[in-house]
Design a protein around this ligand. Structure first.
Ligand code: GRF
Length: 222
């Protein structure tokens, strides 16, 4: 007789995702919450941080999710760090890797291990304002609209094919903190949606466009 409860048996048939973090982990939390609520049909199998003090690790542990810390400084090269990450993720039979505030560039060694299977979330409407301090860049540039982007990861920084975006207004009296908080709200909405669509949607790549067989709702947050 199987010792699995029906809930455990159902969970084991879900695709597995790994979330890579370096800090706070609020997007990790959004993915965990969406999975728990059934809005995201996936299991957060593993959380990896490149810093032992990443606050998101505690969020994962408190939910009983396996965590690993892989300090990049302990590796001789980016390729060695990437290879170690791939080894762990393959051992855990991860289907999709979600970067969520992971402050390390992943190179070809990593990406070859997970072709079209690595997503990132970025706090701007890419290709505007790639790199660090995207919200500050938006304020300094004076744009009236910015937002958040979920995209596939390629070796070029924040430049991979776009899965989902959502816009937020920039207000005249915005501070970097106020704007960041407004963007973060939509990040938490679109990341689980994008992961769900990549895992379960009918999509293909056309050039650098991610084309879904069925269109998302007009408002990707809706
Ligand atoms: C988010 O703004 C995300 O877009 C960016 O890093 C931040 C991570 O925040 N890549 P959190 O750790 O998910 O709270």
């Amino acid at each position: 007789m199987s010792d699995q409860t029906p809930a455990k048996a159902a969970a084991s048939t879900l695709p597995s995702i790994a979330v890579l973090i370096s800090g706070r982990g609020s997007n990790l939390q959004a993915l965990i919450d969406a999975a728990a609520a059934g809005r995201l049909r996936a299991r957060v199998r593993l959380v990896i941080a490149n810093r032992a003090d990443a606050a998101g690790l505690e969020r994962a542990r408190s939910m009983g999710i396996e965590t690993r810390v892989l300090a990049h400084g302990a590796y001789d090269s980016r390729a060695a760090f990437d290879a170690a990450l791939v080894g762990i993720l393959k051992d855990c039979q991860v289907d999709l890797v979600c970067l969520a505030g992971f402050m390390r560039l992943l190179g070809p060694v990593f990406l070859a291990g997970f072709p079209e299977r690595v997503l990132n979330i970025h706090p701007s409407l890419l290709p505007a304002f790639p790199g660090v301090d995207a919200q500050k860049q938006a304020l300094e540039h004076g744009v009236k609209v910015t937002g958040a982007t979920v995209h596939f990861v390629t070796p070029e920084l924040d430049a991979g094919p776009i899965v989902l975006q959502a816009a937020v207004p920039v207000l005249d009296d915005d501070t970097e903190d106020a704007l960041s908080a407004r963007i973060l709200e939509v990040e938490h909405e679109i990341y689980p949606k994008a992961v769900q669509r990549v895992l379960h949607g009918d999509w293909h790549m056309s050039g650098r466009r991610v084309v879904f067989a069925s269109q998302p709702a007009a408002d990707p947050r809706g």
